[in-house]
Ligand binder design. Sequence first.
Ligand code: FES
Length: 79
Amino acid sequence: MDEVVVAQKAPYATDVTAGEKYYWCTCGRSSKQPLCDGAHKETSFTPLAWEADETKTVYFCGCKKTGNSPLCDGTHKEL
Ligand code: FES
């Protein structure tokens, strides 16, 4: 079983565009955090597709342990 890597113990503030799809890195190995760069290919993880419903700034989880994927829910404060 592959272990998730904590990319950082804080969210990534990211500007998103309404109607665009984003592929959130679930394995923590991407060098393009918080989004997928294909680094999961050696693991059992796959990225999570998420579509923005409006143009705004969102906070993608950086610790990869959120209960509200792909967005930060504050879990990183307990790490
Ligand atoms: S960065 Fe993961 S819950 Fe906040």
